[in-house]
Design a protein around this ligand. Structure first.
Ligand code: PLP
Length: 365
């Protein structure tokens, strides 16, 4: 598909941009351009697969009909990925084809059209090509990419929409947690669930996040950084944080992570860590792990580390767990050995400092 290129008439002046890039924070600073591709089911056939009018254009507000289906029935999905400036000055993406595949898996669950994987990756290439001066200069910085799709058809009946918009925006990012990778304190939610069997927990859709905001606010109120959700049925099995998967490390060299049964999000960082851990000679089991066992194992010392992982924060140690029945500490309460080692390895691969033996990186320039 051809992309029309509409350059920004008044991009952010380089001095202003460079100043902002010295302290980008997370999710508040945006580049000059965006990608837009439209979809119309009524064009399928002689005119192709429905996707049309691909463009790289100035980042600006989008107009929507007040009856746009997304505003009423939440047909929306997104991805989160990062482009990294390499040691040698080039730019590379981490496993973009995995994001493209997951985007389509989310689309399927939300009754939305499939976006060809090559088009997904090409859209990201195009945006980085026009906005490559927007990489943060600080250590640990990256360009966070947010591809998303929503139902734009003006229609109040309840059925899958016939028109959608796919966009990509980019946001320069520093370290997700301000001080690098301190251990986080997490709150076990007793009153709320994030996802139920048969629901949308495995899809990267905005509604899952909307459902997590009240429990996340409760976690903050209790002096914690993040919320951890239990399964919706027995309220017993650990699932994941609002946006990160969990790994439990034991003193006998085994590691447990909750299985992908449809209620948790299949993280690409999770999948990558499983491979790195197995390469380290550790036994990784994808099996249910209960909150009571977590407390007992932390107290007995059998559990030595717990790590949370996701694109934004990479690998983060969990130091303390608090809940209705009090709190417990994992290991020393600070970053554990394996957590630190894996984080360094993964970040090293992403930055081009450690050999990419899995062929995870896609070089863009
Ligand atoms: C995106 C996400 C993750 C992490 O996935 P990565 O591909 O590793 O970034 C974990 N949990 C939820 C709910 C998510 O939305």
């Amino acid at each position: 598909m051809d992309f029309e290129h509409i350059p920004h008439a008044a991009p952010v002046p380089s001095a202003t941009r460079d100043e902002a890039l010295a302290n980008p924070g997370f999710g508040t600073l945006f580049t000059d351009h965006m990608i837009v591709i439209d979809y119309d089911a009524d064009r399928i056939g002689s005119e192709g697969d429905g996707w049309h009018s691909a463009r790289v254009c100035p980042r600006e507000p989008i107009t929507l009909d007040p009856a746009a289906a997304v505003l009423h029935y939440a047909q929306e999905i997104f991805e989160g990925m990062k482009a990294y400036r390499q040691e040698d000055g080039g730019i590379a993406l981490f496993r973009p084809e995995a994001n493209a595949r997951r985007f389509n898996a989310s689309a399927e669950r939300m009754a939305m059209p499939q976006l060809p994987e090559e088009l997904f990756i090409e859209s990201i290439r195009r945006l980085i090509a026009v906005d490559q001066d927007w990489f943060p200069t600080i250590e640990g910085g990256s360009l966070y990419l947010r591809p998303f799709m929503f139902a734009s058809e003006a229609f109040l009946g309840v059925r899958p929409a016939r028109q959608y918009k796919y966009l990509v925006i980019a946001s320069p990012a520093g370290n997700y947690f301000k001080s690098g990778a301190p251990a986080v304190k997490i709150w076990v939610s007793s009153d709320y669930a994030r996802a139920a069997p048969g629901g949308t927990g495995a899809a990267k859709t905005g509604g899952n996040y909307a459902a997590s905001l009240v429990p996340q606010a409760e976690a903050i109120e209790k002096g914690c950084d993040q919320v951890v959700f239990l399964d919706a049925v027995e309220k017993k099995w650990i699932e994941e944080l609002g946006g990160m998967n969990l790994f439990f490390v034991f003193d006998d060299g085994t590691v447990v992570t909750p299985p992908l049964t449809g209620t948790i999000l299949p993280g690409i960082t999770r999948d990558s860590l499983i491979r790195l851990l197995r390469e380290e000679g550790l036994t990784v089991r994808e099996e249910p792990y209960s909150i009571d066992q977590w407390r007992d194992d932390a107290n007995s010392g059998r559990l030595v580390e717990t790590m949370a992982c996701g694109t934004a924060a990479v690998v983060t140690p969990v130091g303390t767990v608090a809940g209705r029945d009090g709190e417990f500490t994992i290991g020393s309460g600070g970053p554990g050995q394996l957590t630190t080692k894996l984080r360094d390895k993964l970040v090293g691969i992403q930055r081009g400092r450690v050999a990419d033996t899995y062929d995870w990186m896609t070089q863009l320039s």
